[in-house]
Ligand binder design. Structure first.
Ligand code: FES
Length: 160
């Protein structure tokens, strides 16, 4: 499926796999969609669905309750495309290309440490170094081997 995003800076298109959130698909394509929590809590990823169909995701998310659902407002971090979609994003958006573009890396979880009751730190060794030596993506997805994909946001570790 294709997601088209209208922004004040222009129009961006990117592919979106079945079951993938619009936010993840956009970030993967180097489109700097607005977001913070990526968990349906903050509302930073608010967008308005103009055409197409999405699975809204977490119906009881705190951020979704504040949106104008009747006008088509969605959360990019929760919505999954069910068809080609056109969404309007009222934020500054850019696209990163070339070697600075986001990339997927495989890695091994070396250590996890509970920092607070709801924050955990992961230490991961990447299978290959990133060209910058640092994480540049705002989030990483972890697969626990059971089909779930818990998310970790804002990694601060270096892989060097
Ligand atoms: S990024 Fe916070 S609600 Fe989507």
């Amino acid at each position: 499926m294709t997601v088209t995003v209208q922004t004040p800076e222009g129009v961006f298109e990117f592919p979106c796999a079945n079951g993938e959130t619009l936010l993840h698909a956009g970030l993967k394509a180097g489109v700097s969609l607005p977001h913070e929590c990526a968990t349906g809590t903050c509302g930073t990823c608010r967008a308005r669905l103009r055409t197409g169909h999405v699975d809204i995701g977490w119906e009881d998310s705190p951020a979704l309750a504040k949106l104008k659902r009747d006008k088509g407002d969605i959360l990019l971090c929760q919505a999954r495309a069910k068809s080609d979609c056109l969404v309007r994003v009222p934020a500054k958006v850019t696209r990163t290309v070339g070697e600075d573009a986001p990339a997927n890396f495989k890695g091994t979880l070396n250590k996890s440490r509970l920092l607070t009751h709801d924050v955990i730190e992961f230490t991961i060794s990447l299978s290959k170094p990133s060209h910058t030596g640092n994480f540049t993506s705002p989030s990483i997805a972890l697969n626990n081997g059971r089909g779930n994909a818990p998310r970790a946001n804002h990694p601060t570790s270096s892989n060097s």
